[in-house]
Design a protein around this ligand. Sequence first.
Ligand code: BES
Ligand code: MN
Ligand code: MN
Length: 453
Amino acid sequence: MASQYIQKHKDRFISELIEWLKIPSVSADSKYKNDVQRAAEYVRSRLLEAGVSNAEICPTKGHPIVYAEKINDPAKPTILVYGHYDVQPADPLNLWTSPPFEPVIKDEKIYARGACDDKGQVYMHVKAFEMMMKENTLACNVKFIIEGEEEVGSANLEEFIRSNTEKLKADIVLISDTEIFDNKVPSICVGLRGLSYMEVTLTGPNRDLHSGVYGGAVANPVQVLCEMITSLKDKNNHITIPGFYKDVLKVSNNERKLMAKIPFKENAYKKDLGVKELRGEKGYTTLERVSVRPTLELNGIWGGYTGEGSKTVLPSKASAKISMRLVPNQTSKKISGLFAKHFRKIAPPSMKVEVKEHHGGEPAVTPIDSPAYLAACKAMRDTFGKEPIPTRGGGSIPIVALFEKVLGLKSVLMGFGLESDNIHSPNEKFGVFNFLKGIETIPLFYKYYAEMA
Ligand code: BES
Ligand code: MN
Ligand code: MN
């Protein structure tokens, strides 16, 4: 029985994951380039030990992609397991209660950067595969594609899948890089948002000025930037960029009704975040605002003097990083274009404007009546003892839309993290319960998918 194998080997599973988590595979920071490479080699070795017939490190212009496969019977369906071994930067370091790359287990949770997003969830697949190989129950062929650039936009993965369509031939993509609603309320993610990420810079006077000598007479870029950003939303928190909502697919009343049934507790949510009130687009619930509606958020803003003490200065420049989460049928290219055009238009003549586009990504929705979705439901129902509910995720996994566009493959987003796991934040964690639950559920997905597909 599956759970006997897990019981017997769980301590080893956890200590192997901990070894992986010790490698700081921060893709955004070139200082960690060797560590990113080491993290790729680590998972390749563990895949080989678990029984794949070949495993490669595929170099790219950026960080490498790990590819591995076990084809045991061409008549069986093939599952393409996708995940990422890169992690977000760990800062601010001083807010971690234990160092991000020295994993510890506290209250049955593994604390480390990447514990949930996504090394811990990828490792569930490696160990589930090991178990299926050892028990001779592998019901499908499997291909693994574990990349090292998800957290920086997956730019090189697109080229890799375009030039390896034959190698990546499969029937379905299986991904664990999302959340369940609660350990007692299992859910399956059926949608992801897209992303447009912009950086803007305003330049006013040609140099920093004495704020007494010139202040009052010259437009201040920091002030103007704040005014411009403020105007991007109206009093109902609707985004004011012309055309922004034009392509947004209306969410059906049925889907809204289903969402309203999710046992979301607004008070607990506020308490958890330490805020007294919530704010968002008028006319939509909190759950709708974080999943089926597009948003615009300020990620960072800087300019002028921010060091210790005070300096009287009227700065020459001010900048901000602004991201927009997109929903079907918005496209990243179009929205970035609309943003750039509008932002230039609202700038006063006193400012020179630069608008730069960072990585983007398209939204994706997955079917809830396909054999693969039903197999995932059945697997989770077995292991959680409850029917999972479909929910849409607010985050983005840019490659999901490209798997569909380039390879014609749909994805099943069967993640096991929790919203409270602090991904991208200090004190990221992953429950031992969730890690083991994933290992238990994945082989059942293979089994039911082989039966249904
Ligand atoms: N695993 C997340 C995405 C996610 C988290 C989806 C929770 C649904 C629920 C992924 O690693 C991520 O953080 N993606 C980035 C994408 C970006 C850097 C292109 C994101 O959403 O910000
Ligand atoms: Mn992730
Ligand atoms: Mn992430």
